[in-house]
Design a protein around this ligand. Structure first.
Ligand SMILES: Cc1cc2nc3c(=O)[nH]c(=O)nc-3n(C[C@H](O)[C@H](O)[C@H](O)COP(=O)(O)O)c2cc1C
Length: 170
């Protein structure tokens, strides 16, 4: 599957089979993250891949009880240890982590998996559950697994509403 196919096929999957994701598939997804770009090649992202049912159940409670999170056989907790702000004023940590996470998502889709980003969670609780040190920032979570049913994305704005040429014309 080429990248555009994976991009078009991706949607936020909120229904999963209980079937496990094989370890070699997870390794390949982490390879996709490892190869992502990062500011000054810091690579200050860290990922906790949670497959143990009791820990997943606990994470689901911290993800505001979004039920589909309980179904997903894998939850990836994406963290950053990068404290820096770029000259442009943007923080490096969340940007780098987001790029790596989307590498994971698209690689997952290319393998027939589904995934859903999760920003609705209590970071201080997730920290407790996984023993993540206080200087590490928990940026986002990702539910991952085999889709239980087909899904699709909500509509998008047309390109001319989100991009202009040469000058700001919005
Ligand atoms: C940073 C981020 C956080 C998100 N958090 C959640 C979440 O907590 N729960 C959820 O169900 N979906 C979450 N989503 C999924 C968005 O709702 C979804 O991407 C958006 O509605 C577009 O739909 P699509 O992904 O199916 O194309 C999140 C997406 C992003 C990028």
């Amino acid at each position: 599957m080429d990248v555009m196919d994976a991009i078009r096929k991706r949607y936020s999957c909120r229904s999963y089979e209980s079937r496990e994701v094989p370890a070699d598939v997870l390794d390949e997804l982490l390879e996709a993250a490892r190869l992502a770009p990062s500011a000054r090649n810091f690579q200050d992202w860290r990922f906790v891949v949670v497959t143990e049912p009791k820990i997943r159940e606990n994470l689901c409670r911290q993800a505001l009880r979004q039920d589909f999170v309980r179904q997903a056989p894998v939850i990836i907790v994406a963290c950053s240890s990068n404290p820096y702000v770029m000259r442009c004023g943007q923080r490096i940590g969340p940007i780098d982590v987001a790029i790596a996470m989307e590498h994971i998502v698209l690689a997952a889709v290319a393998k027939g998996l589904g995934a859903c980003w999760l920003g609705a969670f209590k970071p201080y609780k997730v920290r407790q559950v996984l023993g993540i040190p206080s200087h590490i920032e928990i940026v986002d979570l990702l539910a991952l697994g085999w889709p239980a049913q087909a899904g699709q994305s909500p509509d998008r704005l047309p390109t001319h509403r989100i991009a202009c040429r040469n000058r700001w014309t919005f």
